[in-house]
Design a protein around this ligand. Structure first.
Ligand SMILES: [Zn+2]
Ligand SMILES: [Zn+2]
Length: 469
């Protein structure tokens, strides 16, 4: 009996040792040359600096690494035999690259048996491009000239669609332009991203909640190409759009299914649909676009409904995607189980207006998405949804929507201003508690986060400072 308790105690201690520095809510992503990597000790935030495991980074770039225990020195060199270890008094851990000691304001430190060094030091010592993407809790390391990351923004334009994709080579795609009321929001968002040119604009179909604002966006921002279904419409919004395109002097590109529009190394843009433009419902004529970076696919389906989904499946094209822009604002007329099975999305984003009169998104759609294994994001509840696509993964800035899937729309209130989403609390790089500003536990590391987000990530209230709950 005593032996059994000893074993349980040992297991508990081991679990604590492992889990404390690696608590899930703290995970910092590491992207090397465009692909997400998973070192056994993930990057850490210490004293406002991002520390990365030097052995992992060195080996990823083909450098040799040796840890000298007696001298507490990590030796990193590019080729040949190890250079001599520079003399010094063993004390704090240090990093030597190509025979020369590299100094830093935050000293290297050992976490779980791994030497962690500030990412800035990696940049200076190796000549790599490094960056810290605060919003995505992501550190990136890349060789000079390597492609960056893809970024996608589902702009909150109410009961409408407008999505900006920034490709790793700097090119931009705008899919739909919201309704007339969205123009200011879209232009301000493009400006905030430093977008001054739209290389591709897609008008998925001629409904006003997709093209209503597009004429004014096109008038304000130069465009390279515009892709639209070969399906005209009798509305003023459509006439305005065609006039705006013409005054830019750009020839429309009529969407042809099964077309590889762009292929540039790991970047591809494909038009999958519409399979035809003779559908009764304009929604089914929506341009269906797939944007690929490496192994990561984003699928945009406009307002395509069941008929269009069935024909896409029938075409035999690869519909698989990590991220699905859910069809028709989450309406029950889209997202059939067969279609979701073919796409098999990890993440499903619904662009929808709070309190809309259509009852979007349908509770059946929410359940179907959850059953398909997709994490759900909604612009009505979460505002603009942004994510980065690495060659191998997708990292969202926000945690998924956590409302009730079965409860339907009326029981899912949007967060009210002044609610807990606007209350700021603080977390640390390695802890599992959230704190009020000034708590003594924040002396080493203090990361602002909304109360909602802290709770969603599994943080619990500190018992010392009594933060808001
Ligand atoms: Zn529509
Ligand atoms: Zn729509």
């Amino acid at each position: 009996m005593r032996r059994r308790w000893a074993i349980i105690a040992a297991v508990l201690v081991a679990a604590l040792l492992v889990s404390v520095p690696l608590s899930a809510g703290d995970l910092i992503h590491l992207v090397i040359n465009g692909s997400e990597m998973y070192p056994d000790v993930p990057p850490q935030l210490v004293g406002g600096r991002v520390l990365v495991p030097i052995r992992f980074i060195s080996e990823a770039f083909g450098f040799q690494v040796h840890w000298d225990q007696a001298m507490q020195t990590a030796m990193v060199w590019s080729s040949g035999p190890m250079p001599p270890i520079p003399p010094g008094t063993p004390g704090a851990a240090r990093l030597v690259v190509e025979g020369a000691e590299v100094k830093s304001d935050v000293p290297p430190q050992i976490v779980n048996g791994r030497l962690m060094v500030p990412i800035r030091v990696v940049s200076e010592a190796f000549g790599f491009q490094v960056s810290w993407l605060q919003g995505y809790r992501t550190a990136t390391v890349a060789e000079q000239g390597a492609l960056g990351l893809m970024e996608v923004h589902f702009i909150d334009v109410g009961q409408a669609d407008s999505i900006l994709v920034e490709l790793p080579d700097g090119k931009t795609i705008l899919i739909d332009g919201g309704d007339d009321a969205a123009v200011g929001t879209i232009l301000a968002f493009l400006a905030s991203q430093g977008v001054t040119q739209l290389d591709f604009v897609v008008a998925t179909h001629p409904h006003a909640d997709h093209i209503g604002g597009l004429d004014d966006v096109i008038a304000a921002v130069p465009l390279g190409a515009i892709i639209l279904p070969d399906k005209s419409h009798t509305t003023q919004a459509y006439a305005n759009l065609m006039a705006a395109i013409e005054s830019r002097g750009v020839e429309p590109t009529w969407a042809q299914p099964e077309t590889l529009l762009v292929e540039d190394g790991p970047i591809q843009i494909r038009v999958l649909g519409p399979m035809k433009t003779t559908y009764d419902d304009l929604n089914d004529c929506s341009v269906v676009l797939k944007v690929t970076y490496g192994e990561t696919d984003l699928l945009f389906v406009g307002d395509a409904e069941a008929k269009a989904e069935r024909d896409l499946i029938g075409s035999g094209q690869d519909l698989g995607a990590e991220v699905l822009k859910v069809g028709h604002h989450g309406s029950s007329s889209s997202s059939t189980p067969e279609f979701l099975a073919a796409v098999s999305p990890d993440y499903a984003v619904i662009s929808v207006g709070a309190g809309n009169t259509y009852g979007h998104p349908a509770s059946t759609t929410l359940s179907a998405l959850a059953s398909a294994g997709a994490k759900i994001y909604r612009t009505d509840a979460q505002g603009t949804i942004s994510a980065i696509g690495t060659r191998t993964s997708v990292i969202f800035a926000l945690s998924p929507w956590t409302g009730s899937v079965s409860g339907g729309t009326s029981t899912t209130p949007a967060p009210s201003p002044g609610g807990s989403s606007s209350v700021t609390v603080y977390i640390t790089a390695t802890g599992s508690k959230y704190h009020a500003a000034g708590c003594r536990y924040l002396s080493q590391s203090s990361i602002p986060i909304s109360l909602d987000e802290a709770k969603a990530r599994g943080y619990t209230a500190c018992s010392v400072c009594n933060p808001p709950r």
